[in-house]
Design a protein around this ligand. Sequence first.
Ligand code: SF4
Length: 240
Amino acid sequence: MTAGEATVEATTTEQRRAALEAIAAEVRTCTRCRLAEGRTKAVPGEGHPDTEVLFVGEGPGQTEDAQGRPFVGRAGELLVKLLASIGWRRQEVFITNIVKCRPPGNRDPEPDEIAACAPYLQRQLEVLDPAVVVTLGRFSMAHFRPGERITQIHGTHAPAPAATGARDALAYALFHPAAALRSTDVERQSYDDMAGLPRVLGAARARRAGAPPESGNPPAEAPDAPIIPPDPGDDAPTLF
Ligand code: SF4
């Protein structure tokens, strides 16, 4: 299967797990763009195959490149704290990036690199079919909410374009945790924005159930239902 080839529909947990692992295997040996030349390990992403919430960052940093896992450095530690602030754990969501290999020196990814890597994210979206895509930072936001400015739309949601691979998802914009590490103002806003995420999930569930659309701000009620089927024995992240 090539990076741009459609993914066979996965309807069970094991089918989704297998489909995600197949994508990850391709990512680990991918040479579709120049970022393959400098990477130590590609970082396909990891998380629960049944989750309703997908987090998409920019690209791997130094620690992620060394370990082959997303958000395991200082920004990842903050993401875990942000998730804990709403009672969620990283193994209950899926976490990936716009580009799966580290840009040299943590530079911004180039447009042709983002385009080369986009089919992998598209296929992950097709497999996971998330209700909410949380964009972390401006590159991820630009993919799911093109033409916007993160300083203006953080903490709001809008339908994710179907062309991204998201069948019926709301894209919720957050600052990148690395930006929050550099600014106490951004850190405070990140906690405020994260606090709105359960309510956005409620809106996404209502939307998928056929309720009338509502505006870009979260509705009043947060959902009670968990974001994955309960499995208290499953504490380890699923690695892909
Ligand atoms: S960034 Fe994406 S397209 Fe480029 S080499 Fe890595 S996996 Fe392949």
